[in-house]
Design a protein around this ligand. Sequence first.
Ligand SMILES: C[S@@+](CC[C@H](N)C(=O)[O-])C[C@H]1O[C@@H](n2cnc3c(N)ncnc32)[C@H](O)[C@@H]1O
Length: 275
Amino acid sequence: MTIKQTIQEQSQKLKEITHIPAKEVEILIGHLLNKNTIWLHLNYHQEFEQQKELEKLIQKRATHYPLEYLIGKASFYGEIFYTKKGVLIPRPETELLVEHAITCLNNLPKKPKRVLEIGVGSGVISIMLALLVENIEIVGIDINPIALQLAKENALKHNVLDKINFIQSDLFDNVVGDFDMVISNPPYIANEYILPHNVKYEPHNALFAGEVGDELLKQIIVQTHQRNIPYLFCEMGYDQKPSLSQFLKQFSTNKVEFYKDYAQFDRGFWVEFNH
Ligand SMILES: C[S@@+](CC[C@H](N)C(=O)[O-])C[C@H]1O[C@@H](n2cnc3c(N)ncnc32)[C@H](O)[C@@H]1O
């Protein structure tokens, strides 16, 4: 069977779980052959011989198992990062958090710029900051050792391992030193929330934060303030703006701004504390 026929046949099995079944089969074939999409399109009429391996991947994908775990990579901010089961898959909306933080860091006169990331996961936020901000030193922490290992591998892949110090820590527990900014995309989902099928395969301690969902965000706000760190940039749930803006009123701040994601949902905020 040719590559083209295989795509036509196998994509029928993914119709229920994705709106781009043929594209996903192409990606899986490309993964098995270690070839990119252009190569596949130029070689559509070649025989495809790894039918058994592909069927295994398709069967798994048909259970909503994430494509990014099957192929071991995901794209973020135009770059490719390794992914691994046990670590959250990076989401496009988190690119906005990175963008807001970069604007702020580039306007800071102080050098080097010292940033703490809470909950590095695959490392995408810290690595993009290390790539895009000059003279930056980053400490990236997570409670999950699998995430820290993956983040290190991604930092090595992007050649920024010397700019990021990865540490296992529960929030600020093992963090020492001064920082100009804390950045975090922490777990912010309420424990009772029913996850979509695909997200069920991702680590629960990367997603759920407590009964209400904003518990970790509130701890991060309090601890960032206690440590006299001037800037805090966070992603949050689409319905958390009212509770978080109310919570932030107890602190003396120069600025509090909320931002929306690509779908126009409230998705994050940044604060400049007035210490
Ligand atoms: C939503 S994921 C974000 C991962 C990555 N920064 C990204 O944006 O793709 C949240 C991360 O926070 C970590 N985490 C959860 N609770 C934590 C805690 N108390 N202290 C430090 N990290 C924590 C999780 O292990 C997970 O990697």
